[in-house]
Design a protein around this ligand. Sequence first.
Ligand code: PLP
Length: 486
Amino acid sequence: MVPIGRFFPDLTGPARFVHIGVPVADGPGMLTTSGTRPAPSGTTAEPGHWTLVGDDVRVPLADGSTRRYVDLDTAATSSAAPAVARAVEAFLPWYSSVHRGAGAKSQHASARYEEARGLLLQFVGADAATHQVVFPRNTTEALNILAFRLRLAPDDVVLTTAVEHHANLLPWRRHARLRTVDVGAHGTFTVDDVVAGLDASPTPRVLAVTGASNVTGWMPPLAEIAAEARRRGVLVVVDAAQLAPHRPIDITTLGVDAVALSGHKMYAPFGTGALIAPRRLFRDGEPLMVGGGAVSAVSWDEVVWSDGPEREEAGSPNVLGVVALAAAVRDMQRQGWTAIAEHEAALVAALDRELATVPGLVRLGPTGTASLLPVAAFTLPGTPHGLLAARLSAEWGVGVRSGCFCAHPYMGRLLGLSPTDVESFHDDVRAGRRDRVPGAVRASANRGTRLDDVAVLGQALRAIAATPELDRRYHLGPHGYAAPTG
Ligand SMILES: Cc1ncc(COP(=O)(O)O)c(C=O)c1O
């Protein structure tokens, strides 16, 4: 174990912080060979690629050897930025209850927590006079809070799209009627499609749309869509879980009202997200979660709710997560969006190139457009998606995700499932046969991904496509995961 303070002496916190040893990669079951730590944030020998914590982690392969882990599952959760690890280490000696103590540590923790609200406002170009920041656990919780606080009536319409993650469908469906902008075979829609949804009667109260798809990486034309919605007085809510780690978000330029994001997808792996939304939406009424912190006074007969964001944050807040999120935001701002976007454009091109050379591989969603993040979903007919993902891991040390990516309606469109196919999908799930359900493999990359990593993916897929007989060495269990048999 190596104390990271020794490698990262330039901690971001006040100089009086004590550096303590924190293992950042040598977790249980993880193999590291060199014991070296990644260099502080900055480019490495490969132009445009940034070092992340755990870059040197080696993982076991089925043949008993080890290999450097190739993380192509960054859309699920990203590794931490070194600056985040430093900030967390610096804060650990100081962390204490937020808004609940008179002691110096508590005061310090509370100040860092509130500072982070200001930073998040600035991160999305919001004004403190009109907007507030709530710190939920993640995007899912953020959207649940907002859907609850809008006090929608069951007859209200929320316009959303077929591209959405379940997090941006189910909270709305719980409170209102969904109207959905559908997609074509390539998994995209046009501004005109959205306009048709906005102009249908009754006028929707909310447009809930993703900033980028977690399945295909497609980024809808947000600014144009938002302009049409606002012209009709419709509140625009953006699920920015995928967009936030990759592109700058300015809610004023984009013309959107509310944004939800997750720290663990933007280099801050500590259980905190953010909801940035108009203050007026939270002024009256009860919060989703109730308890301490959300209230200013309680008697047997009456509750006086707290003012401001605290009302939405019942219970002790995750201050460590918020410090990590703030550090991640500062780090992204320091890296600069142009450099990040340039590197990611190279990754998009590399994914297109490599996947196009795999015999039989079927790509889902759009390719060859500038509106893509480095995310690619694909199938290899003949090899079930769970088995393909298992072979990539066991034979090549490549981490990807397989399945339907919490976006079942979208995957249904991309895979061309009929209503009968969807019915038998649901029957299989109910019967505990996830091995039978349709799906795909997703490779996703971020600023920490090397072009070399994408080359390894291509090499691995070509080798797997050439050796379908080796599929028999794996057992695909009813849970849908495969493992080598021998
Ligand atoms: C587009 C999108 N929205 C929402 C979510 C939910 O994020 P979380 O699990 O952090 O709540 C995800 C997670 O993958 C996502 O990709």
